[in-house]
Every structure is written in structure tokens, then in C-alpha cells.
Design a protein around this ligand. Sequence first.
Ligand code: FUB
Length: 323
Amino acid sequence: MKRLTFFFVAALALVISSCQKPKVQYSGNPLFDDKPLTADPAVLVYKDTLYLFTGSDETVPGKEGFVMKKWYVFSTPDMVNWTNHGVKLTVEDFDWAAHNAFAGHCVENHGKFWWYVPMVVKDTTLIKNEGFAMGVAVADHPLGPYKDASGKPIICDTTANSIPLNIDPAVNVDDDGQVYMYWGSWNEARYVKLKDNMIETDGPVHTVEAKNFFEAPWIHKKGDTYYLSYAAHYPSTTEYSTSKSITGPWEYQGVINDTIHNSPTNHQAIVTFKGQDYMFYHNAASTTGGPFRRSVCVDKIEYDENGLMKKVVRTTTGVPAVE
Ligand code: FUB
């Protein structure tokens, strides 16, 4: 009888203690389901907060293909509690732009926030290929308000050595302060130096050699290694190459995200926040998802002992809270 009572009390204590343990909270994937639909993540860490910049797919009944008119900003202090700050930039904010608010990238420099975005131009004399050009909006805070910084595109079809589809800008300020803008699509990647004013090119457009490159370049640095990740092939995996210089040459390292069901695009952004490494990407797994109805997700990314990135393990739970 004594032994039975002991086991009963021990079991009760176990149940009570497990009930008292604080539950680990997870972000969940996709992060926002379809309210709103989000695509093409870009991330920026500023003052203990992670800011997420996204495009947004719109649904037009009977129309297949991208309908994208605006960009959103979200923020989180801990990866689990997210605030939707709403639409912070639209095609209409640029007098020179007509449509197609594709993937952008916001970067901090000189105490300001520079949001580089591609769109199709209005001026048909600037159209030689697809008509995509890249411009920049500027603000004093990641949440805006943003305004067109130069009143005209920085790169367009008529720029020497540009490509048929000038989209997916990725802008980095290197350790010595030099600014670089990478971009690319349909297997062609380019970079150009930007002047300190962030709105003008400085020198020629360079061709980038990166194995299997398709689109969506993203550069991050860990230690003294630069990582150039990108969508490879189409439908796309995410693959990456490394270099000891931001301008390459780039050494191919492999696949870090497999193709995604029902979405030929995946568009990654990689960041370290509060000591954890993350890959943002999009999929088509929201309630109303599809190839042109995408939603942003986040999962952890890990590096091996040689600093190489391991393939991301995609989850529906997302990532746990960080402090
Ligand atoms: O969202 C439109 C385009 O699809 C982006 O610019 C590419 O990166 C791909 O995600």
C-alpha cells in the first residue's frame, strides 16, 4: 500500500510539474497564412528587432501569373510575435514605374533605410527587353515613411551589360563602406558598385559567375566568408557559393533548400538574429496558396564545423521564440 501511494504521489508530481513548464512558442509556417499573402522576403535587423520586407501576390480571378502592386513591412522582437505594419511602399510611389512590384531589399546606410525594388518602367524608350528596372526608396526608419530617392531607375534595360530581366536587387554595404548591388534572373547574375549616395552606379556592370544561378541573389557574411545564396534552376532549389571577397570568385557549395511543392519560386533571405541563424523563403502552403499565391516562411539554418551551410529542414511549426 505504501509503495502504491508513493507511485501515485510521484506520478501526480510529474503531471503537475509538466503542466507548470512554460510551453515553447513557435512562429508557425507560413508566418501569416494568406492574410496578407506575402512573397519574396528580405530581412533587416535594427535595434533588437527583425524587420521583414515582403511583396504580395494579388488574386485576380481568371488570371494566371504575378499580379503584384505593393510591399509590406512586418517586425518581430522574438520570431514568434509578429506585427504587420501594413503596406509601406507601392508602385504608385515611383512616378517612373508602371507595374510589377517584384522582390526588393532594404539596407541601412548613413542612418537611413534604402529599399531597392524592381518594377516595369512607364517610359517605353527605356524598354529593350522586359522593361524591368530597379530604383530605391529611402526613409529614416525601417517602417518608413518611404519616398522615391532619385526619381528615376538606377538600372534598366538600356544600362550597358544589364540583363533581359533586371529584377531581384540585393544590396550590401561592405566592411570598408563600399556599396554593392547584385541582381539577376533567368540564369544571369550581375553586380555593380553604388556611390556613397546610394542612388547612382559607380563604374561598370559586372557579370557574376555562380553555378546553377537562376534568380534572387542574397549575400550575407559570417566570419570572413561571404555567402552568395540564390534560387537555382527553375522550378528552383536554393543553392549557394562562397568567397573571401564580396565580388567573388564564387566557389559552389551545394543545395540548401529543395524545390517547393506548387511554387516554382522560393526566394530566400538569410540572417542571424539574437544568436540564431534563419532562412526565410516562400511557399504555396497557405489556405489559398499556389504558384502565384505565395506565403513567407522561416526555418532555422545551421552551419557545419567548416562554416558550410546545412540543408534547411522545412517545418510547419516554424522556429521557437528567441530572447
Ligand atoms: O515575385 C516575383 C518574382 O518571383 C521575384 O522577383 C522572384 O525572385 C520570384 O520570387
